[in-house]
Design a protein around this ligand. Structure first.
Ligand code: C2E
Ligand code: MG
Ligand code: MG
Ligand code: MG
Length: 287
């Protein structure tokens, strides 16, 4: 019986593997055609300035509704797109549409915000990314300071080998674009390298705010250490994943200038985001 069970388990695993491989292939194919099919949209999540007590920025988040496989989370498809290299054209699409949308809202007289766009290291590996960004800003007439690029800590991982990546980030920053390190604390953090990076802001990963993944106080201790480093290096600090009043209090205690999370606002479609911007304007002007 044990043997039979073993065989069944094996068969089960191999069936699972086959399914995983098939799913992966279906994914790849679906991703490959998603751009032409127009299956991507951008969502916008409010970022709140604690001193200003209002929305000062928005993070641009990619959404994919595949005709073949339905709604897929970016946490799932971004890594797939990164490993196949598809993130390069997809990332270019995100950048163009984010900048175009930000410029339209600006021209419509809506409150001016900073728009934070996630960028994969793969987009920087080819070179010329900085020129691509400046060309888009010029084409749509958006000031560079209205754009923030979020890169993950992996840009810190191989500083010497990837110096052309740093050169592009430096050119972008010198040109007025903001640079943030996203999900800080989850990757290969090298605090020594951080000091030499062309960076304006650190975003503390939500795992260190909620404390769920690292057992409460340890996670909070890491958050405090990150905040201390940001303070020493003169970097601005965002807390991600603020889901309740307690998280908000902790972010304040850390000295964050900006906060982001469901407690302040979920990611919204462009239409919903524009409606809420207009509503907040009307509230201010009493229209
Ligand atoms: P991220 O850049 O760290 O974005 C924040 C993620 O946290 C988003 O997930 C957002 O919806 C989620 N979030 C915001 N507030 C809360 C909260 O209070 N609680 C919880 N539990 N989650 C919250 P999303 O939209 O699923 O994106 C996941 C990741 O996919 C992003 O993490 C980013 O790494 C990547 N991603 C999304 N769009 C793009 C893109 O255009 N390009 C690239 N390269 N990566 C992207
Ligand atoms: Mg991000
Ligand atoms: Mg993040
Ligand atoms: Mg994250």
């Amino acid at each position: 019986a044990a043997k039979a069970a073993g065989r069944n388990t094996l068969r089960f695993y191999s069936r699972e593997l086959t399914r995983a491989a098939a799913e992966r292939l279906a994914y790849d194919n679906a991703l490959r055609t998603a751009l032409q099919r127009g299956e991507f949209t951008l969502h916008f999540q409010p970022v709140i300035g604690l001193a200003e007590r209002r929305m000062v920025a928005a993070e641009v988040l990619l959404r994919w509704r595949s005709e073949m496989i339905g709604e897929v989370s970016p946490a799932e498809f971004i890594p797939v797109a990164e490993s196949s290299g598809l993130i390069v054209p997809i990332g270019a699409w995100v950048l163009e549409h984010a900048i175009a949308q930000a410029a339209r809202w600006r021209e419509a007289g809506l409150p001016s915000l900073r728009f934070a766009v996630n960028v994969s290291v793969r987009q920087l590996e080819r070179g010329g990314f900085d020129r691509q960004v400046f060309a888009l800003l010029e084409r749509f007439g958006l000031p560079p300071a209205s754009l923030e690029l979020e890169v993950t800590e992996s840009v810190l991982a191989h500083q010497e080998e990837q110096s052309q990546i740093l050169a592009q980030l430096k050119a972008l920053r010198d040109g007025g674009v903001h640079i943030a390190i996203d999900d800080f604390g989850t990757g290969y953090s090298s605090l020594a390298r951080l000091q030499r990076m062309p960076v304006d802001r650190i975003k503390i990963d939500r795992a260190f705010i909620s404390g769920e993944e690292n057992g409460g106080e340890h996670a909070h201790a890491i958050a405090r250490a990150i905040a201390a480093v940001a303070g020493e290096l003169g970097l601005a600090l965002t807390a991600e994943g603020i889901e309740d009043a307690e998280h908000a209090r902790f972010a304040q205690e850390l000295g964050c200038d900006e906060v982001q999370g469901w407690w302040f606002g979920r990611p919204m479609s462009a239409e919903a985001f524009e409606r809420s911007l207009r509503a907040s304007m009307a509230a201010l002007t009493g229209d």
